[in-house]
Design a protein around this ligand. Structure first.
Ligand code: HEC
Length: 153
């Protein structure tokens, strides 16, 4: 009995340590995004936009960061032009992931490129996006406005 209590306490201690560790954005990207955007985030012509070397540039402005957080928390649909590639697709929302996980993924993707230092995302930025009420089509309209202000890569 004492042993069972001790091992339960040990398991609890280990799982608390795991819960407190910062999520691994690269591992989360591999698990959640690579099926479409490819393992190296280079995308697939006509279907899935490249993220590598683009997300870091988009994240260089506050509006760009807000847009990226909106894509992850609300999804994206309709036509886009990404580095000269026209895509008319649909990306599902990843609102089921935590703010910590989404911040870690976007920070990892922003670091896949030559933008130095790579912009990093905070949990508060993701929480603010999650609190907005947006459809995937509205996120596309936000993208068009952003593109008019700061030409997207
Ligand atoms: C089921 C396939 C799929 C998965 C999984 C997916 N995406 Fe997407 N993503 C897309 C498609 C398709 C688009 C373009 C949508 C459109 O054409 O309107 C897109 C667009 C994007 C954009 C906007 C790019 C731009 O140029 O504005 C970002 C950022 C993005 N995805 C990040 C991610 C991240 C990060 C993940 C993992 C958490 C992810 N995606 C998972 C299919 C996917």
């Amino acid at each position: 009995m004492r042993l069972a209590v001790a091992s339960a306490a040990a398991i609890l201690a280990v799982s608390c340590a795991v819960a407190q560790a910062a999520p691994d954005g690269n591992a989360l990207f591999a698990a959640n995004c690579a099926a479409c955007h490819q393992a190296d985030a280079s995308g697939m012509a006509g279907q899935f936009p490249a993220l590598k070397n683009r997300v870091g540039k988009i994240a260089a402005t506050p509006e760009g960061k807000a847009y990226l957080a909106d894509v992850l928390t609300h999804g994206l649909s309709g036509s886009i032009d990404a580095a000269g590639d026209s895509i008319s697709g649909f990306m599902p929302s990843f609102a089921r992931l935590s703010d910590e996980q989404i911040a870690a993924i976007l920070s990892a993707v922003a670091a896949m490129g030559d933008t130095k230092p790579a912009p990093s995302f905070t949990v508060a930025e993701i929480a603010a996006a999650r609190a907005r009420s947006l459809t995937p089509a509205a996120v596309n309209a936000e993208r068009a406005t952003l593109d008019g202000k700061h030409k997207l890569p």
